[in-house]
Ligand binder design. Structure first.
Ligand SMILES: [Zn+2]
Length: 477
């Protein structure tokens, strides 16, 4: 196992800077599902980790609330768009609170301050001659809120994602001169002025930029009424993606630039091409790092309403506890890759890793300490394992949990080999030593799991203080 590092007294230059992390803001045409929770929990793990290390931390989350799909979703419910987004954004906030996600700011793209900033930003680009008006004719998918080229579509111009025929649309709209940033984008990515991880994604973006000439970006719409109007032309609204991306600035509360932006693999071109180009055009600093995570599937299938495989993270956490869900999602699959959720595998992990390995360990050791009257006082842990810290900082959460569970497994092994119940007769001094070492190992475990399983960490520490053992992970039918 990793060496134990001494507590850091001097902060590194990295730790002097605020750890500003963002997640993608969620589109409120839908309710929160396990795929949304996945990214939110990942950001929460990192924010908790850095907060515990004493680094100033700022975690930004939010909801994306404009666009044609919102009007349609609101109409279905017989509501006005604003009423509808007010309600759905509350669902998101409630879900994140229930999953122990502690963000520092929650931005909504219908916040008046955000809307004002988006207009100012677009006005600035216009003043800098980065925007021009032109006629646009194209195929538009309402589901994607995106113009499509023929080669992005299936036969009969059917959107491959929405399985619906795209409409032919003609309008005079505004364009951002994205194409002129092609070489600059290659340059900033190659020089790691903006780090893109994992490496395969970085390579994918670079080879795309070197191969495909960028087209200028249509940044306004004349046909979408639920949006922020173009400041100099009220007949048009600003493209939802431009509106949404700017949340990272309007929600930043002065912390710009972000240390890390977490996004899913479906939207990484928006974040690795359009987004940095917009920032360069406005003369703003680039985010330090963008990390692209994989997708969760459920029973091997993409999560979607039509497949009926939407897993409600709240339902799982009501039955098994929040921490069981947080544990499974980050133990089972590497964060940068796709992973599959099956209730079977979830239950296996719950029983073996949580109820058996961890839950029984804590209960057995505290019970033995009481039975054999081992003197003990809980001391707060301040030392950390270098390898675990490094794994968390590199977003290798599965590896960090693996290393923590090594400590759990070692402690269980120690009980089996030392057999305290035999030492009680043979060697009371050794018994005291063994039980104290086990209690210390449990203290260490409670400290290490805190970013991942905050509630369990707290419960273990509570039991170590009171010496009253209790079930951490009750059995379920
Ligand atoms: Zn589509």
């Amino acid at each position: 196992m990793a060496e134990i590092s001494t507590p850091q007294t001097e902060k590194s230059s990295q730790e002097k800077e605020t750890f500003f992390i963002t997640t993608a803001i969620h589109y409120v045409s839908d309710i929160p599902h396990i795929g949304h929770a996945y990214e939110m929990i990942a950001a929460d793990i990192l924010a908790r980790y850095w907060r515990r290390r004493g680094r100033d931390t700022f975690y930004l989350a939010g909801t994306d609330e404009h666009g044609q799909k919102i009007i349609q979703a609101a109409e279905k419910r017989g509501m006005k768009p604003k009423e509808f987004v007010d309600e759905v954004s509350l669902h998101y906030k409630a879900a994140w609170a229930a999953l122990e996600i502690r963000y520092d700011n929650f931005i909504r793209t219908t916040d008046p301050a955000h809307e004002k900033y988006v207009q100012d930003f677009v006005q600035k680009l216009c003043d800098l001659d980065e925007i021009y008006k032109d006629r646009y004719e194209g195929l538009y998918c309402v589901g994607c809120e995106e113009y499509k080229t023929k080669n992005e579509l299936g036969p009969n111009n059917v959107c491959l994602i929405h399985k619906k025929k795209c409409e032919g649309v003609f309008e005079n709209i505004y364009f951002f001169k994205l194409s002129k940033y092609q070489n600059q984008l290659i340059d900033v990515i190659e020089k790691n002025k903006i780090e893109i991880e994992p490496i395969e994604r970085r390579n994918e973006i670079l080879s795309f930029l070197k191969r495909e000439p960028l087209r200028d970006l249509a940044i306004s719409r004349s046909k979408v009424s639920w949006g922020i109007s173009v400041p100099w032309d009220k007949t048009q609204t600003i493209y939802v993606w431009v509106d949404a991306l700017l949340n990272y600035i309007t929600g930043a509360r002065g912390h710009w630039p972000p240390s890390l932006q977490l996004i899913g693999k479906d939207i990484f071109r928006f974040h690795c091409i359009i987004w940095p180009a917009m920032l360069m055009a406005a003369g703003l600093e680039l985010p330090r790092k963008i990390f692209i995570h994989g997708f969760l599937t459920v029973d091997g299938e993409k999560i979607s309403k039509s497949r009926g495989n939407i897993i409600d993270p709240l339902q799982i956490s009501r039955i098994y506890g929040v921490d069981a869900l947080r544990y499974f999602l980050f133990r089972e699959m590497p964060f940068g890759q796709d992973g599959d959720f099956t209730i079977d595998r979830f239950e296996k992990r719950y029983c073996s890793d949580l109820a058996n390995d961890l839950g029984n360990l804590v209960q057995r050791v505290i019970t033995m300490a009481n039975r054999y009257k081992v003197p003990w006082r809980y001391k707060t842990i301040t030392k950390s394992y270098f390898q675990i810290d490094r794994a968390i900082e590199n977003l290798e959460f599965h590896k960090a949990l693996d290393l923590i569970w090594d400590i759990v497994v070692e402690a269980n092994k120690k009980i089996d080999t030392e057999k305290p119940w035999e030492l009680f007769e043979k060697d009371p001094q050794k018994l005291e030593k063994v039980i104290s070492q086990l209690l210390e190992a449990i203290s260490q475990i409670a400290f290490q799991i805190d970013p991942f399983l905050p509630e369990t960490s707290w419960l273990i520490i509570d039991q170590l203080k009171s010496m009253k053992p209790d079930h951490l992970f009750p059995r379920h039918k």
